[in-house]
Design a protein around this ligand. Structure first.
Ligand code: MG
Length: 370
């Protein structure tokens, strides 16, 4: 039974591609050269005239995510009570589990879940952080997450620009000791430096290379080993080398984090709100992290509702020290200046209810992928 007015009238998916520039030559992830940042906006309307916005992971698999939302998820969600987030999301996850507990099905569920939290905040006239238990801060420190550079000199130049923009923390997507040395040389001893390897190494390679990275005082090494589920190898690495490890953006759901935490390999858990199942799933992961003494460093190279959702979680949880701000500049941001770091590398929570801000309809139309 729907509460008065909170019945879901429609679920619309809008694929967008945001044009951007960065400090190096064209590059990308997952075997593709990127020209835009591509993801799925999820727009949920209820009978009382409210509109909630979510974001589902897309990039190189955007068309698959869009299809799941349009053909599979929307028909199941329309007519249900948007106010019963736990009941609705629990039922949809159970119904759809045989089509993938990770990947596009889970991305789609996450996009819907974020929109439901946005709606819940708008209906209550308060922020998602307040709904989660309280907003403890409105300013979130961010680190600049650089795309891969062609050589160590390019890494050094990009790092200097990051510091000039006000950041005090930078993350590299590089694979070599030389690149890390160049970054540390460019940013000095005080700034924080992280390295994301995107699962490039075997366990043996990881042990040999991470050992050589010790002098550069990395805050964490992220996903050093392929495959990302090999937590036995990650735990061995963590025991042998005194460098904190981070992972989680490729874990499918909260249950996957249970095994990751139990391995003892990870200092930082990195759930991704648009990949791992939305705000509800991240809330579970935050509780698990609290019970096992892990910090949480969310994966959030986003500029849509996924970024705002991550900010709301960070505004609420003391386990989240800093969030990821993708080291690119958008031609036309979806929220104007909202969600972009200031001259100190800090992101301010927007004031509105729910996620805090709605995307600009004109920018959506300009970036919409047919
Ligand atoms: Mg990563």
């Amino acid at each position: 039974m729907s509460e008065s007015g909170s019945r879901i009238r429609s679920v619309e998916v809008i694929p967008v591609g945001l044009r951007y520039t960065h400090d190096g030559p064209p590059t990308g992830f997952g075997g593709a050269q990127w020209t835009t940042l591509r993801y799925a906006l999820v727009k949920v309307c209820t009978d009382d005239g409210l509109v909630g916005w979510g974001e589902a992971f897309g990039y190189n698999v955007l068309s698959a995510t869009v299809q799941v939302i349009r053909d599979t998820l929307a028909p199941l969600a329309v007519g249900r009570d948007a106010a019963d987030i736990a009941g609705l999301m629990g039922s949809l996850k159970h119904t759809l589990h045989l089509f993938g507990r990770g990947g596009p099905t889970q991305y789609a569920l996450g996009g819907l879940d974020i929109a439901l939290w946005d709606l819940a905040g708008k209906r209550a006239g308060t922020s998602v952080a307040a709904l989660l238990g309280g907003m403890r801060r409105r300013e979130i420190p961010a680190y600049s997450s650089l795309m891969r550079m062609p050589d160590p000199a390019g890494v050094a130049r990009a790092c200097e620009k990051v510091l000039a923009r006000g950041f005090t923390q930078v993350k590299l997507h590089e694979h070599t000791v030389e690149a890390v040395a160049a970054a540390r040389g460019a940013i000095g001893e005080d700034a924080e430096l992280m390295l994301d390897v995107n699962c490039a190494w075997t366990p043996g390679e990881a042990e040999r290379i991470v050992e050589q990275l010790v002098p550069y005082r990395l805050k964490w090494v992220e996903e050093p080993i392929y495959p990302p589920e090999d937590f036995e190898a990650l735990a061995r690495l963590r025991q042998r080398v005194p460098v904190p490890l981070a992972a989680g953006e490729n874990l499918a759901n909260a249950w996957s984090f249970k095994a990751a935490i139990a391995s003892g390999a990870l200092d930082f858990l990195q759930p991704s709100v648009t990949k791992t199942g939305g705000i509800s799933e991240l809330r579970t992961i935050l509780t698990m992290a609290e019970m096992h003494g892990c910090a949480v460093a969310p994966h959030s190279p986003y500029f849509g509702p996924g970024l705002l959702a991550t900010l709301q979680l960070a505004a609420h949880s003391p386990l989240i020290g800093q969030i990821e701000s993708f080291g690119v500049r958008l031609e036309t941001p979806l929220f104007g200046p909202v969600g972009l770091p200031d001259a100190r590398g800090v992101i301010h929570l927007p004031d509105g209810p729910g996620l805090g801000a709605d995307p600009d309809p004109e920018v959506i139309e300009a970036c919409r992928i047919a």
